[in-house]
Design a protein around this ligand. Structure first.
Ligand code: GTP
Length: 598
């Protein structure tokens, strides 16, 4: 155990975590130089978007300068604000963290948020300044920022590296061995292991990734999941190094995975403790903090017959993503589906994409909404997750909406524009601080509802990509809110309604009707799109009917061409939902997200 080091790399998005992980794996001989980049980003979506979504682990054998052989367990973590939950889970399995800061960008919102998570858990922190190969690198200023903003000593402690070229990365390994303490645990006590990730494999059943806090585990052993009481036999035990590798035993301080032909998904969940079936540990390891989903949206199969496949897929995915919550719901417009809770918009997008790719489903997702608290005139308090569930105006006493406290990090020159944006979004300014190196940290209380719409995109545009945002839920405040309904050919479509601030309702309504009109394809007849508040129509747009049959231009001659055209049309229809006689594409449901983009 003296020779084990468990550590994570924490950083703001794009500061180079995955690249550094690649170099560390090369330096320890785990992977060859010049192989695929971002080795740990295994999911296709991760590679395409260039971001880490899931924490990954890898075990690296390392012979240090002191001549001893060490086992370094690296737990890679995501950097986006939506996934800070993954970070806190990963950190629970570590004794130390590398705090990676981009030498050109400096300390940003998630650098700080993640550093605080690590400090809270009492981890040893090694500050590392990355990308020193770039001409615009300012390591001295960054050191000052780390000390002043994060509050971690950096002048002597910080390492300067280039994860891309490999400069200084050898010293990182030595620093891990020298500065991060080995795990303190008793290998002879009863088994107690903390599950920090799990997923479903169609051959091996549920696979759990865990950190052994005390005791030992080996194949053939009968184990128990303490929260659910389920008992299984360990069929396979292993570590990622970097590919899955079987192992005979894991003991206190180790990180690894196990499989046990577990077909019942509900038996295992992240944060639970594994112990032995007999004479096991009596106390559960304190799990992770409960997470609150911030936004809700309806997920529906584009084709109603796929409902049970969707249920199956969501269950499997929620195993791998403990932050996804869901319950069945039905909509007159969309049929049967699920109302799901997400950590943020990126999380929602990722879930939709994973469901579609990993489970080959075609989905319609409705506009995301926050949770409103509604006090009725009868004195009841309702939690409304879906605009269509909002009671009629005459039955409402008042509505409260959730606020967040946002911290925005930006170079000083963009402060004016950002202040204007926050005020436009009904924000309340709390603090404004100037730091070394021309940095400003702004604190604002904002209605989450407004942040969902297009806040992040605008913040990035105003600051040319330099500002970063981190937020936490704050409280609920009373606001004058109304429901905006969309009617298609006179019929209200529940899945297109939204809740807006009264002062913005007219403008939003007009804009939304226009946007929906633009995305609805022409049909054989005229389609009317109306926006209404209560019974009052405030905007109307019309989709003109199609003039000709699409296949008419084939002159009836070439049947293969005609078929191709019809096929193509069918493809285009896939992500559409037929409401009455009108085909509505997925974009219409998300039209409110891009309100006033141009
Ligand atoms: P997430 O996984 O999204 O949180 O990002 P990450 O922190 O893992 O960043 P990643 O390793 O994907 O690096 C982001 C970008 O920075 C990539 O284009 C890298 O090639 C580049 N990069 C990383 N390290 C260096 C470096 O030392 N020098 C230079 N010039 N570029 C680097």
């Amino acid at each position: 155990m003296e020779n084990i080091r468990n550590f994570a790399i924490i950083a703001h998005i794009d500061h180079g975590k995955s690249t550094l992980a690649d170099r560390l794996m090369e330096n320890t001989g785990l992977i060859k130089k010049g192989g695929a980049e971002q080795y740990l980003d295994r999911m296709d979506i991760e590679r395409e978007k260039g971001i880490t979504i899931k924490a990954q682990t890898v075990r690296m054998p390392f012979k240090a300068e002191d001549g001893k052989n060490y086992i370094l367990n690296l737990i890679d973590t995501p950097g986006h604000v939506d996934f800070s939950y993954e970070v806190s889970r990963a950190l629970a399995a570590c004794e130390g963290a590398l705090l990676l800061v981009d030498a050109t960008q400096g300390v940003e919102a998630q650098t700080l948020a993640n550093a605080y998570l690590a400090i809270d858990q009492g981890l040893e922190i090694i500050p590392i300044i990355n990308k020193v190969d770039l001409a615009s690198a300012r390591p001295d200023v960054i050191i000052e920022e780390i000390e002043e903003i994060v509050g971690v000593p950096a002048r002597e402690a910080a390492l300067s590296i280039s994860a891309k070229t490999g400069i200084g990365t050898g010293e990182v390994l030595e620093a891990i061995v020298k500065r991060i303490p080995p795990p303190k645990a008793d290998p002879d006590a009863p088994l107690s292991a903390l599950i920090f990730d799990c997923w479903y494999d169609s051959y091996q059943g549920v696979i759990a990734l865990f950190r052994v806090m005390q005791g030992r585990v080996s194949p053939g052993m009968k184990i128990k999941f303490m929260a659910t009481g389920a008992v299984y036999e360990v069929a396979r035990l292993g570590v990622f190094s970097p590919d899955a590798m079987d192992i005979k035993e894991l003991s206190a301080g180790d990180v690894g995975f196990l499989a046990g032909a577990i077909r019942e998904i509900r038996d295992v969940h992240v944060g639970d403790t594994i112990t032995t079936a007999k004479d096991g540990a009596t106390e559960q390891i304190p799990g992770f903090r409960e997470i609150q989903p911030m936004v809700f949206a309806g997920l529906y199969p584009a084709d109603n017959v796929e409902y049970s496949e969707l249920r199956d897929a969501i269950e499997k995915l929620s195993l791998n993503d403990a932050s996804l919550i869901f319950e069945p719901e039905s909509s007159p417009a969309l049929g049967f589906g699920f109302r799901c809770g997400f950590l943020g918009l990126l999380h929602m997008e990722i879930i939709q994409e994973r469901l579609e790719r990993e489970f080959k489903l075609s989905l319609i997702i409705t506009a995301p909404t926050v949770v409103y608290k509604v006090k009725t005139t009868k004195g009841e308090v309702l939690e409304v997750h879906n605009p269509s569930a909002l009671p009629d105006a005459q039955n409402i006493d008042h509505i409260e909406e959730p606020y967040i406290r946002a911290q925005i990090h930006t170079p000083a020159e963009y402060v004016g524009g950002i202040l204007a944006l926050c005020l436009e979004k009904r924000g309340i300014q709390k603090e404004l601080h100037y730091y070394a190196g021309n940095r400003v940290i702004l604190t604002f209380d904002l209605p989450l509802n407004e942040v969902l719409l297009d806040f992040f995109g605008k913040l990035k545009t105003i600051s040319r990509g330099y500002a970063s945002l981190d937020y936490e839920p704050l409280d609920y405040k009373i606001s004058p809110l109304v429901r905006l309904n969309i009617l298609i050919n006179g019929d209200p479509v529940d899945a297109l309604s939204m809740i807006v601030h009264r002062d913005m309702a007219y403008e939003r309504g007009r804009d939304l009707a226009l946007r929906i009109k633009r995305v609805i394809p022409r049909q054989m007849f005229e389609v009317d799109v109306q926006a209404a508040i209560g019974g009052r129509v405030i905007a109307r747009e019309t989709v003109k009917p199609m003039r000709k049959n699409v296949t008419a231009k084939c002159y009836g001659g070439d049947i293969t061409r005609k078929r191709k055209l019809l096929e193509k049309q069918k493809e285009g229809k896939k992500r559409m939902k037929r409401l009455g006689r009108v085909d509505i594409p997925q974009e219409a449901f998300l039209a409110i997200l891009s309100i006033k983009e141009e």
